[in-house]
Design a protein around this ligand. Sequence first.
Ligand code: NAD
Ligand code: UGA
Length: 457
Amino acid sequence: MTEKRIACIGAGYVGGPTMAVIAMKCPQYKVTVADISEARIAAWQTDDLPIYEPGLLEVVQAGRGRNLFFSTDIPGAIREADIVFVSVNTPTKTFGDGAGKAADLQYWERVAREILRVSTSPKIVVEKSTLPVKTAHIMETILNANNNGVKFEVISNPEFLAEGTAIQDLLDPDRVLIGSRETPSGLKARQEIVDIYANWVPRERILTSNVWSAELSKLAANAFLAQRISSINSISALCERTEANVKEVARAIGMDARIGPRFLNASVGFGGSCFKKDILNLVYICESYGLQEVARYWQAVLDINEYQEKRFVRAMIRGMFNTIVGKRIALFGFAFKADTSDTRESPAIYVARDLLEEQAHVVVTDPKALENARKDLAGYAENLEFVEDPYEAARGAHAVAIMTEWDVYRSLDWERIYRSMEKPAFLFDGRDIVDYKHVYDLGFNVYPLGSPAMKHF
Ligand code: NAD
Ligand code: UGA
């Protein structure tokens, strides 16, 4: 017997994997994932899924056609569900008031109105998307705008999964957060959502809170994570000037249990669809409450990230004798991190654009993200190539720049690469993954991130 009917509106990076895991772990529920994108829904129905995520296909296959369904019939999915998760995109607004900062809530509001329009029975509506604190109030206002007697409860259940490890994060989360109104009906709805996760998540890792805390915790968690990266990246700049080594510094500070070792890898900058947009949103919210100092504090996390990307390109130009016009430069990796095909806000986009503006000849290689890279760099027809094989990409290049920490780049035959390149050959490591001494001895001029350059001249 079907115990619960769950719908999820939005079949993206969050909706798809999250619902696939719920369906796998809870065969007693019926789970329908609906989206306006026909192409996306069609892809979820094949083994060529619309997103690449290790382990995802197996989880989808376990439930698909049994208790996991993908559909473009949004009204149908909503109507038959007791619980509607909403995981549509909430990008940064690009127009009008708050452009470039505020969250664009149009997709979200459209779903709220659709739920109101088609519902004939009571529902729990779950905010899965990342939203500004206080959005639940707007959702409630819309849902209760119609006096047809249908009751709605709004719950905040933000998602903390990271791309590339989505399945592992969903199967074994650090915590699941469920926020609700603290009224009798709000607490009852909260319990319904707790019951879903309790099928596989230990009860002590299921946190409950008021709805505003849950909404704000999501923005705060992303801001804190990004802040760690900006902190170590700021130190990487100082290391390069002082002969300190950022890896050694990260290790030394990370062994302090109060600081902890994770998320201290210096990089060419953080990317991904969320860190930047969520911090911009946090800054905007703070400004709108008149908290200018708080807004400036978080804005600085983004400023350092942009500085790090620009600094990386500047080091390339300076290192290569102040001109890169016509020089072949191979970018190793385009995904915003390893193990994903996602390139949203990837630092590689900005680096590639800056290099193209400098009239370099850019060759992009990546094991999974070339298709997205082509879209991101559409409009730069000249001086740009996409090559699958990293050895081919590097052939005849003046420089290789590592943009993504793919495992395959850790074990490349650098001697073979060196032999095929123009001399002097340069290696700029934006992810700090190469054995510098080894590649320097091979003949490369090496620019590690977070320690001084090693040059033969
Ligand atoms: P996504 O763009 O991959 O997916 C969103 C989907 O919603 C798209 O397929 C789109 O077609 C669909 N959609 C938009 N409007 C719709 C409508 N009116 N009706 C039906 N479908 C509609 O986005 P995502 O990466 O899955 O992110 C979704 C939310 O989750 C965002 O708020 C994001 O901040 C948050 N989040 C994302 C991640 C992540 O790793 N990507 C992690 C945690 C939280
Ligand atoms: C991040 C958070 O980790 C998730 O908890 C959150 O749910 C998600 O955002 C979201 O809200 O979308 P994600 O962006 O998928 O997940 O990936 P991360 O592993 O956080 O990496 C983000 C960026 O930071 C990547 O570009 C990565 O290379 C970079 N990074 C990460 C560093 O430069 N150094 C590090 O030490 C760690």
